[in-house]
Write a protein that binds this ligand. Structure first.
Ligand code: SF4
Length: 356
């Protein structure tokens, strides 16, 4: 049974990093920041990582690995998909590379020994790419992962050396199996900034989470500003010349997650944004996971059955308003539980096939 409320994972309780800082609009209503602010009195776990909620509840910028939690996945015997460090960011600029390598070594060993799968999501895609293409990083990961494997396979059964012997040496050309890497992208600007770095990072599975989805995202025309070409990310093609119809082969996305925002200050997700993502994935054969509407649901049809007064937002073509005179898409605030996770009546639970 899943130990996480997040529909696309089994566990989200391995949080070995504490603290973070906001990077973009997708962070505006950061759940982890609010929680840390709520428990920020002296002696509480959020102390010094976030201001008190009454004082704004913002991250202070302090980020630390919680060493006591480091080896938890190696103790969990039942294989699980683990959304790793869901309350922070593995590639936060305040985390030294050797500490990121410590975390990766645990993940590599836990895939090998316990059969877990790690789902790592970042908003700092450029740093992820830089770290994971470094030879020194992988040298450290391989050495430490071997040590963990020996430590955690039952030494009395004398299997530990055998297990170590079957652990491969990984590097940028040969990324470890069972570690999925993803970026969050809330709008086209963030998709353009982060997806090219993701696709240039070695990984068994690459995914994008468009949650909270705050604008239209065309994954089939991601613009890589560094190399000045566009990428069809689900289709796996790059287009250096706009007149070129076919493009050139390039790494592709293996999985797309879509979701609206939840929480007190949640912003609505226009249904057409979600439909477009679903269709882009469908055309390219990429698994699509519709996680949730969040707090807001398209009101069309719903009001006929539920004639009560609810907060409304109306899309005026470029922004959300509360002006009922506007003839645009209407969204009603029903709350996450009632809004559910059906898109045009269908539950989308696509998951990637791990290729390594
Ligand atoms: S990167 Fe994630 S954890 Fe960090 S502030 Fe943004 S939403 Fe919160």
């Amino acid at each position: 049974m899943s130990q996480s409320k997040i529909e696309w994972t089994d566990r989200s309780d391995w949080n070995p990093i504490r603290g973070c800082t906001r990077v973009s609009e997708g962070c505006r209503n950061c759940y982890a920041e609010t929680l840390a602010g709520r428990f920020s009195d002296p002696g509480q776990w959020g102390h010094s990582f976030a201001e008190r909620l009454l004082a704004g509840g913002r991250w202070t910028g302090k980020v630390e690995v919680q060493w006591a939690r480091l080896d938890q996945p190696l103790r969990w015997r039942k294989p699980a998909k683990i959304f790793a460090s869901s309350t922070s960011d593995w590639f936060h600029e305040a985390l030294p590379v050797d500490e990121i390598a410590n975390l990766f070594a645990i993940a590599v060993a836990a895939v090998h020994v316990r059969g877990h799968t790690f789902q790592i999501l970042t908003k700092r895609a450029a740093r992820m790419r830089e770290v994971l293409t470094s030879e020194a990083f992988w040298d450290q990961v391989n050495a430490e992962a071997g040590w963990h494997v020996r430590e955690y396979v039952d030494p009395l059964a004398r299997r530990s050396d055998d297990a170590r012997a079957t652990l491969d040496d990984y590097d940028a050309e040969n990324p470890p199996p069972g570690i999925w890497l993803g970026v969050s992208a809330e709008d086209q600007q963030r998709a353009d900034e982060r997806i090219p770095d993701l696709l240039a990072t070695p990984a068994a599975v690459r995914f994008v989470s468009c949650e909270p989805m705050l604008g239209l995202i065309n994954l089939s025309r991601v613009f890589d500003h560094t190399n000045e070409h566009s990428i069809d990310a689900p289709g796996g093609r790059s287009f250096f010349d706009p007149r070129d119809q076919d493009g050139e082969p390039s790494p592709r996305l293996d999985w797309v997650i879509c979701g609206g925002e939840s929480g007190r200050n949640a912003r609505p997700m226009h249904p057409q944004w979600a439909r477009d993502l679903r269709d882009q994935c469908g055309w390219a054969g990429v698994p699509f996971f519709f996680k949730q509407w969040g707090e807001w649901l398209p009101e069309k049809g719903w009001y006929e059955d539920h004639p009560v007064s609810l907060p409304l937002r109306v899309w005026n073509g470029s922004a959300w308003t509360d002006n009922p005179e506007i003839n645009g898409e209407w969204m009603a605030r029903l709350g996450k539980a009632h809004a559910g996770r059906l898109l045009d009546g269908v539950e989308h639970n696509g998951m990637p096939e791990a290729t390594r």
